[in-house]
Write a new protein. Structure first.
Length: 313
């Protein structure tokens, strides 16, 4: 079961938390007053008030699905069920097995059931959702879950790739990484395998590092190599061996290159945000303004001189 958090407008970070569980039963079929839309690969269940959103998801979901499937290199024929819950109470009610999810959760994916449950706008109090990002994140969880069926999927892989696909990156996460490097508190890769830290700052760092590790693997070794890594790990369950096969490096060497990759991308932030840099920029602005003002004044004087010469003539 994978959650996506609501993005609140007061500046709080939007984080995702992964909870793995094993449970087997039939996919739930929502009772009335739910309506159903069907596309080539999805069933969308919704209340009448959410018809506009349901139609928007029906229109965009196939293209988003196609991109995710192409990026992962794995497809399946079963149709995915998407439920739009119109209230917090309904969000809890439609959980399979009556699972309770946190009140901050905006969406949840059940890969083993091929099921996604999303809050509709009526179930969001004081927050907002980018439904295309939420869909991309949750459907990526479903596809990765199907690829890794029966395997222990590392948290960095499940969350990092879902964030990568949905482009969940911003300056706050960059700031979290910068602070970790400055204070030498980067979380080792081996500690990103299981559940992430419970503290908000540490959890945010874990998500940021997971995103950067997936980004590093794809950018350095290529999309095809990453897809082969997924297939290799799904086939034999040997994570270290699959990473070594993809990279040609021992895991320690791979981790060092990843750390260097991250440090290069965050080391410029203290430079551009330091007090010295700020005063330097202010000085440049002042000097530019001063010389611009002098140039304009000189042009005005030249214009006056020409006008006076014309009058004297």
């Amino acid at each position: 079961m994978m959650f996506t958090a609501i993005d609140f407008p007061n500046g709080l970070m939007s984080i995702t938390i992964l909870v793995l569980f094993v449970i087997i039963c039939q996919q739930p079929v929502c009772a009335e007053p739910y309506h159903r839309l069907e596309t080539n690969h999805f069933f969308i269940e919704y209340w009448e008030a959410d018809g506009k959103l349901a139609n928007h998801i029906a229109t965009t979901s196939e293209d988003l699905r196609g991109r995710i499937i192409a990026d992962i290199g794995y497809d399946f024929s079963d149709k995915t069920v998407i439920v739009l819950a119109p209230s917090i109470e309904e969000l809890q009610k439609v959980q399979p097995g009556k699972e309770m999810i946190p009140l901050w959760a905006a969406a949840v994916a059940y890969p083993e059931r091929n099921l996604m449950i999303l809050r509709s706008p009526g179930a969001i109090k004081g927050g907002r959702l980018d439904y295309e990002k939420v869909f991309t994140h949750e459907f990526t969880h479903i596809v990765i879950g199907k690829v890794m069926e029966g395997r222990d999927t590392p948290t960095w892989l499940a969350e990092g790739f879902a964030m990568y696909e949905s482009s969940e990156w911003h300056l706050t996460r960059m700031s979290s990484l910068t602070k970790a490097f400055l204070t030498k508190r980067v979380i080792p890769l081996e500690k990103l395998h299981a559940n992430f830290p419970s503290g908000p700052d540490e959890a945010e760092l874990a998500y940021a590092e997971s995103f950067m590790f997936v980004s590093f693997l794809i950018n350095k070794f290529g999309r095809k190599a990453f897809q082969q890594f997924l297939r290799d790990y799904a086939a034999d369950g040997d994570l270290r061996g699959s990473l070594t096969k993809m990279s040609g490096m021992h895991l320690l060497s791979l981790e060092k290159e990843w750390l260097d990759y991250m440090e290069v991308r965050v080391s410029w932030i203290p430079i551009i945000t330091s007090a010295t840099t700020l005063w330097f920029v202010i000085t440049l602005v002042f000097v530019y303004g001063y010389y611009r003002k002098r140039r304009i004044a000189r042009q005005i004087l030249q214009t006056w001189e020409k006008e006076e010469q014309g009058d004297n003539a």
